[in-house]
Design a protein around this ligand. Structure first.
Ligand SMILES: Cc1cc2nc3c(=O)[nH]c(=O)nc-3n(C[C@H](O)[C@H](O)[C@H](O)COP(=O)(O)OP(=O)(O)OC[C@H]3O[C@@H](n4cnc5c(N)ncnc54)[C@H](O)[C@@H]3O)c2cc1C
Length: 549
């Protein structure tokens, strides 16, 4: 039904401009989207509320910046409360560009479009198509496919939700305590509440208490290698691994990428990466992972997820990556891009309550459940800062516990400014959580303040970001590492026993033909852009290696 198509809502006080935008959007997207017009911000807000009341979806908001009454930015701020998932575009004149750039922070603007946008085929359609593809991907994830029913504070439920979200499996989460529909579905499926979590699949299958691997197997997420031998095996699907997959496959190498959890790595958990070149409005880690994964696949790379590389064997010029499930991949070259993993907090109560109110990383699947709650974020670096900003739009109160005496030691200036501007985020310097309390779910944290005094405070959810370490034990005895487990490369890797007359290439490890890129490399810069750059550079060095082998 055409009238149930998701809506694009356009607002402009100038009738001629409004008509022109609506006409062009209809021409480009009218078959899939309904174009709703409004002559002022207030009128548009009324239209949005009516759409939401009727259960209609809103995909995109387009607003002129200069309007009497509510300006475009003010309207978008208010519209965000009504339709938080809609993409936001500001129409501006060239003279208003700085207002638009300012709005990127204020409204989390997705794009600003300069007037006039002629020809629309070049200036309007590609931008809008890109935004709508991103919105559609998110909407599909929330609406379809698998229904997962469980208790919010169950670790098993959390792990399954996280797996579904990070692997972009369309799924709907139903909390058995809050959703009446969950209880009805359980009754229909004949499942007792003590058999939760349960996954209801589209083909009618009912999986009681599945493990992540069982669910992945049933959904066909993991995949199997198509060949026995590859030019390049990449271990790790973060930005470095994904970049290498894109460059390797596009430059004719038979390439496979093995990823233990889900493509995206740490970056996939970032709520908003603001410093990656070419994305002036920032982009979420899951968006980056989706784009890179699609790109790598389109160019011909194979991606193998939920597979753990467990050992590297060197057999003459062959390099064998053994997998935890017993399989093995033979390769002419290997790139280790396995990044780093969060360090765990070992204060009393933390291990027991992990997944039950305590989470490592941003665990964005939990954000919506944090509405009206008190959230604590532990850590003082960028990842913690991003999480505090992100959760502040859901939770009533966010408390940041920072061990150091200043945020500026570990956090970028732009994030400190954003945090300062948020009334519901409190930063406590010199403080730390010394214990977690709860019974099957987190209830409170014991917090030690800068002066040494301790208080016990009610807390609903706690997200921990206290640094990360490489997990490279599987390479022990084969590839040289530093004392912290980071992998040595280039001249640092040239130790006794280096078998070639030439020096190692800059990203080459102590084993010729095994390269390293990204956060797992000793002395690397821990940034998305550097990981991507090293992934690309590694492919060029691998070409050199293969050409002389
Ligand atoms: C919350 C958060 C926010 C961040 N925000 C920013 C930001 O705004 N800007 C910025 O520049 N940087 C940011 N960073 C840092 C950035 O994400 C990292 O520098 C970057 O992701 C490193 O990429 P990588 O590919 O080297 O490793 P990772 O991203 O760590 O990816 C490594 C991958 O390898 C997989 N893996 C590990 N071992 C194995 C194995 N044995 N077998 C198979 N797979 C394995 C892991 O599951 C993981 O997916 C952020 C980090 C975090 C945690």
């Amino acid at each position: 039904m055409a009238e149930r198509n998701p809506a694009i809502v356009v607002v402009d006080d100038e009738p001629a401009v409004l008509a022109a935008v609506a006409r062009d959007l209809r021409r480009g997207f009218g078959e899939r989207y309904r174009i709703v017009r409004a002559g002022s911000g207030d009128e548009a807000l009324d239209a949005l509320r009516e759409l939401v009341r009727r259960g209609d979806q809103v995909a995109l908001l387009v607003a002129d910046q200069r309007m009497p009454g509510l300006s475009g930015t003010d309207y978008l701020v208010r519209a965000r409360e009504v339709v938080p998932t809609a993409k936001r575009v500001l129409l501006t004149a060239y003279a208003d560009t700085s207002a638009a750039i300012q709005a990127i922070n204020e409204v989390s603007l997705d794009y600003y479009l300069l007037k006039p946008w002629d020809p629309p085929e070049e200036q309007l359609f590609p931008v809008v198509e890109d935004l709508l593809t991103g919105w559609e991907a998110g909407a599909a994830l929330d609406s379809g496919g698998v229904r997962l029913i469980g208790h919010r504070f169950s670790r098993a439920s959390h792990d399954l939700r996280d797996f579904l979200a990070r692997n972009r499996v369309p799924a709907r989460w139903l909390d058995v305590e809050r959703d009446a529909e969950a209880r009805q579905l359980l009754a229909v499926a004949g499942v007792d509440e003590d058999r939760l979590p349960v996954a209801l699949l589209e083909d009618g299958a009912v999986l009681e208490r599945p493990t992540v691997l069982e669910l992945a197997g049933r959904l066909g997420v993991a995949g199997h290698p198509a060949s026995e031998h590859y030019d390049l095996v990449i271990v790790g699907g973060g930005p470095a691994g994904l970049a290498a997959a894109v460059y390797g496959a596009s430059e004719g190498l038979k390439t496979i990428m093995v990823e233990r959890e889900a493509p995206g790595g740490q970056a996939g958990q970032s709520s908003r990466i603001e410093n990656y070149l070419g994305f002036p409005a920032g982009l979420s880690g899951s968006d980056l992972a989706r784009r890179a994964t699609d790109q790598a696949r389109r160019l011909g790379a194979e991606l193998l997820t939920l597979q753990d590389a467990s050992r590297l064997r060197v057999e003459g010029s062959g390099r064998i990556v053994e997998l935890a499930d017993g399989g093995a991949l033979s390769a002419s070259s290997v790139l280790v891009a396995s990044g780093v993993s969060y360090r765990q907090l070992d204060a009393p109560g933390f291990p027991e309550l992990t997944g039950q109110g305590i989470y490592y990383g941003a665990a964005m699947t939990e954000a919506r459940s944090c509405a009206d709650q008190h959230v604590v974020v532990i850590g003082g670096a960028n990842s913690a800062g991003q999480a505090a900003v992100y959760f502040s739009s859901y939770a009533t109160r966010v408390t940041m516990l920072v061990r150091g005496d200043s945020l500026s030691k570990g956090m970028s200036h732009y994030l400190i400014e954003q945090i300062d501007a948020l009334p519901n985020v409190e930063v406590r310097l010199g403080s730390q959580a010394v214990a977690a309390q709860g019974d099957g779910r987190l209830h409170a944290l014991r917090i030690r303040a800068a002066d040494g005094s301790e208080t016990v405070e009610d807390v609903d959810a706690c997200f921990v970001f206290i640094g990360a370490a490489p997990r490279t034990e599987w390479l022990a005895g084969v590839v040289e590492r530093d004392e912290r487990g980071f992998i040595l490369a280039g001249l640092d890797a040239r130790k006794d026993g280096w078998p070639l007359a030439r020096d190692p290439f800059p990203l080459e490890t102590s084993v010729p033909g095994v390269l390293v890129a990204g956060d797992v490399r000793a002395r690397s810069i821990k940034r998305v852009a550097s990981a991507v750059g090293e992934g690309a550079m590694a492919v060029s060095l691998i070409h050199q290696y293969l050409s002389e082998a």
